[in-house]
Design a protein around this ligand. Structure first.
Ligand code: AMP
Ligand code: FE
Ligand code: FE
Ligand code: ZN
Length: 282
């Protein structure tokens, strides 16, 4: 069984539609894939239909944007939660709305120095999709200002850039609590992704564990090898399971489906803990 539990579609900042994502998973030889768009579950229905017709198992999920009081960005993956749960829905809607005004504001700052307009950006956002820096990157690429998303993130759109702005997002422990309240299974995504910006200290892990954290995404290309023993030990000591995933974004990132995988035992554990939605067997 080859299982990849972290992938994005055009419902957020991936370039494949939900159906194309499932087809790509099949093409990559995966038995199961999770659709985990940022702050949105709008892709679930289309992905489920594709999974049934293509014979791929789909794990409905989402990646919740969070921020610590010190301003460190944290992502919490949620698997199999109830997409209608009010408390969780309210927080992701707030974050999604804040992402939109933040992107508009970033573009207005960029427009002072580059030939770029908000219209150029919306061109790259599917209707209703969660807006992020990747969409601004696409507009910068189209305008010939950078070569690709990777270059945009290394330069103009980096979290250390003068054009970078933060957006509202719930604290990680609150997100974990809400995911559990919605019957979902919360996993800390790429916890030590240092290249993206500052990462959290042990206190945040313990706050998240106390709130009901279920697992750590250890095998992810953005977690440096030398930081993984720390994660494995923390998981062992606190009864957390460990996942591995690609964080596929279609053409938007070099990450390939199945480049890291999760064991069938862990997927079984996720299903046992989940109360809000079920896996779609293809
Ligand atoms: P945002 O959530 O708007 O701050 O943008 C961060 C998102 O951009 C992450 O969730 C990734 O999906 C994506 N991202 C981060 N780094 C890169 C990169 N080097 N190339 C392409 N996409 C990236
Ligand atoms: Fe993303
Ligand atoms: Fe993430
Ligand atoms: Zn992701």
């Amino acid at each position: 069984m080859r299982i990849d539990l972290h992938a994005h579609s055009s419902v957020s900042d991936g370039t494949d539609t939900p159906a194309e994502l499932v087809a790509a998973a099949r093409e990559a030889g995966l038995d199961a894939v999770a659709i985990t768009d940022h702050d949105s579950t709008s892709g679930w229905t289309e992905a489920a239909e594709a999974a049934r017709s293509l014979g791929v198992t789909l794990v409905p999920g989402m990646e919740v944007s969070c921020r610590t009081p010190e301003g460190i960005s944290v992502h919490v993956l949620s698997y199999l939660h109830d997409p209608q749960h009010e408390g969780l829905l309210e927080e992701i809607t707030k974050a999604k709305d804040a992402r939109l005004s933040r992107a508009e504001h970033m573009v207005s700052l960029l427009a002072e120095d580059y030939p770029l307009s908000w219209d150029d950006v919306t061109h790259h956002v599917a209707p209703g999709a969660t807006v992020g820096r990747p969409h601004i990157a696409d507009a910068l690429v189209a305008a010939g200002i950078v070569e690709d998303r990777t270059e945009a993130f290394a330069t103009i759109l980096s979290s250390r850039s003068r054009y970078f702005l933060q957006h509202y997002a719930p604290e990680p422990a609150l997100a974990v609590e809400l995911v559990r309240a919605a019957g979902g299974v919360p996993v800390f995504a790429h916890p030590v992704a240092e290249a993206r910006g500052r990462t959290v200290g042990e206190g945040t892990y313990h706050d998240m564990i106390d709130a009901g954290l279920a697992g750590l995404e250890v095998y992810h290309r953005d977690n440096p090898e030398d930081r993984r023993p720390f994660l494995l030990e923390l998981a062992e000591q606190n009864g957390l399971f460990v996942t591995g995933s690609s964080d596929y974004h279609g053409l938007g990132k070099v990450n390939r489906l199945g480049e890291n995988t999760t064991s069938p035992e862990v997927l079984g554990e996720i299903e046992r803990q989940a109360r809000g939605a079920v896996v779609v067997r293809g």
